[in-house]
Design a protein around this ligand. Structure first.
Ligand SMILES: Nc1ncnc2c1ncn2[C@@H]1O[C@H](COP(=O)(O)OP(=O)(O)OP(=O)(O)O)[C@@H](O)[C@H]1O
Ligand SMILES: [Mg+2]
Length: 355
């Protein structure tokens, strides 16, 4: 290993990334409704942290507290090394916030919105114009810069919103559902922008309803439920929390389905959808074993899909969402081709139908 690499890794071990956001025991209630009930967070600088949770879980409340827009009822938090209670001004100077609902003024142009932000950050006229032009270019808004923001599409407004957040060069940004309502192309553009920010060393605190987004972007994810962090970890760690990979066989012909169901006694049945589910980790070895087994039993499905646990499964498992699920039929035990019949089976995690 080259010595420069050695010294880099040593440096990382000796000097872990400073903490950009930390919170201990954050609490917030509205009337008798407890929204945050003791939330702890620790977000290393230069990373992406995604806060997930069902509607009303308190994600926006957490963002508002950490960005000093509202006060917590209890607990402590530091952002960019400054205490929220003792030095909110220093926190505000270090952060940028893109709220869940747009801060764009539709009556003025995109460029004027940007220059307004530059004024708020006390940039000189010349510097303000330079920063505005640079960010409008980066967010592909130069052509529309002189048009009223009310004429922008949803995706353009969202890009302008984030460009405005970046005017002061914040090292920590809070993005509350940055891609809600965007089409897939605009969402990918936004992901690219967020990745660029992180490559520049910016810390991103993100809330999202799109689990794929958290999976794509986040170094660490926390799931907020009933006022508490129900689970926290890397996307991979969270996925390992839930069992339930499976192979799903769909049949067009009810008679073929019934004979397959009789042959594959271990499979979970969905008699309405004419589907059978077999537990599987989705590995090549297991798939080959299942295919061989299907061949040997003469079962021929019209469609075979492989389902590995994803963040949706984690989310549903942790937030207890009630999803329609196939009714399992009691079946006599038969050996599974891959010898995995002791694993949690599809009865434990029937998921395909929740999509
Ligand atoms: N100013 C307020 N007064 C009273 N209740 C409030 C206020 N702000 C938020 N709440 C309540 O606090 C809870 C959490 O709201 P919050 O906006 O933080 O949720 P969220 O996780 O961001 O939801 P969403 O996914 O819908 O954006 C909700 O029950 C909401 O009604
Ligand atoms: Mg919200």
């Amino acid at each position: 290993m080259p010595s420069s690499v050695m010294s880099m890794s040593n440096a990382v071990a000796e000097h872990p990334a400073p903490v950009a956001v930390s919170a201990v025991g954050l609490r917030k209630s509205y009337g008798d409704k407890t929204v945050l009930d003791g939330v702890d967070l620790r977000i290393p600088a230069g990373s992406v942290f995604a806060l997930l949770g069902p509607n009303g879980a308190g994600k926006t409340t957490a963002v508002k507290i950490l960005s000093t827009l509202i006060a917590a009822d209890g607990g402590q938090a530091q952002v960019a090394g400054h205490d929220l209670d003792h030095d909110p001004q220093a926190v505000r100077a270090a952060i940028g916030v893109t709220g869940q609902f747009s801060a764009v003024d539709g009556l003025i142009t995109g460029e004027e919105n940007m220059l307004l932000m530059a004024d708020l950050h006390h940039l000189s006229k010349r510097e303000g114009r330079r920063v505005a032009a640079e960010l409008l270019e980066r967010f592909d808004l130069t052509a529309a810069a002189k048009k009223p923001a009310s004429t922008y599409s949803g995706g353009m407004k969202r890009r302008l919103d984030i460009a405005m957040t970046l005017v002061g060069g914040p090292r920590i940004i809070f993005l509350d559902e940055p891609t809600t309502g965007l089409d897939p192309r605009s969402r990918h553009t936004m992901w690219g922008i967020i990745r660029e920010l992180v490559a520049d060393g910016v810390t991103v605190f993100l809330t999202t309803q799109y689990l794929e987004e958290a999976d794509q972007l986040a170094d660490r994810i926390a799931v907020l439920n009933n006022g508490r962090i129900a689970a926290e970890g890397t996307p991979g760690e969270l996925k390992r929390l839930v069992p339930g990979g499976h192979v799903r066989l769909r049949f067009a012909d009810p008679a073929a389905y019934r004979s397959a169901a009789a042959a594959l006694a271990e499979a979970a049945r969905d008699d309405e959808a004419l589907t059978l589910q077999l537990p599987s980790d989705g590995s090549q070895r297991e798939l080959r074993a299942i295919l061989d087994w299907l061949d040997s039993t003469g079962v021929e499905a019209d469609e075979l899909t492989v389902h590995t646990p994803d963040l949706d499964d984690v989310f549903f498992a942790l937030t207890g969402s009630q999803q329609p699920q196939p009714q399992p039929q009691p079946q006599p035990q038969r050996p599974h081709p891959t010898g995995r019949s002791d694993r949690p089976g599809p009865f434990d995690q029937p998921k395909e139908t929740v999509r």
